[in-house]
Design a protein around this ligand. Sequence first.
Ligand SMILES: Nc1ncnc2c1ncn2[C@@H]1O[C@H](COP(=O)(O)OP(=O)(O)OP(=O)(O)O)[C@@H](O)[C@H]1O
Length: 197
Amino acid sequence: MIRVDIAGKHFGDVQVLGRVRFDIASGETVALVGPSGIGKSTVLRIVAGIDTRFQGHVERPEAMAIVFQEPTLLAWRSARDNLLLTQPGLTPEGADRALAKVGLEGRGEAFPLQLSLGQQRRLSLARAFAGKPELLIMDEPFVSLDPEMAEQMMGLTETLIAEARPATLFVTHATAEAERLATRILHLEGRPATLRA
Ligand SMILES: Nc1ncnc2c1ncn2[C@@H]1O[C@H](COP(=O)(O)OP(=O)(O)OP(=O)(O)O)[C@@H](O)[C@H]1O
């Protein structure tokens, strides 16, 4: 369970967020939607613990994974090492199993730039789930993908979430994406932004 209770967030004199309170249970997938510039990424950064300068309190588990828009891979390390170096406790066999789960069987030796963009994104997902996150955070994970690849990645993400059952929070612009993946949708609105009742 994660518990978010933001009382306010300012950038300098500008108050971007008002009160934003929500909980996410294990196995629940929550989409955070709202217009551009409303404060979605700000909420995500606060929930992830990247931004600690806010009023309020967030309770989150230690095991957390973040998937960004663009894959953030270590270019000079193999696919397998990209998992091993970021997930202490993972064995090489475990890494290979995690790769196989995302359709990268036998590609453990490949470097990220030898993989297609779709494969790089799948490697990022494998890395996120290899750490058995109790909290999964995704910032526009399917943006800028062509429809076919977006569909593939959404299917894969759904499967991995169903298996690992983390509490998931993701930001999206696409209503269809939110409706497909999320068990609950939170709308940010107003300025300072709060959740639509
Ligand atoms: N580091 C910062 N310093 C000052 N203002 C900031 C900073 N980061 C964000 N903001 C402002 O806070 C507001 C919310 O930004 P945020 O990135 O959270 O919006 P968003 O809903 O994620 O937008 P988008 O959908 O376009 O990514 C915006 O008005 C933005 O200009």
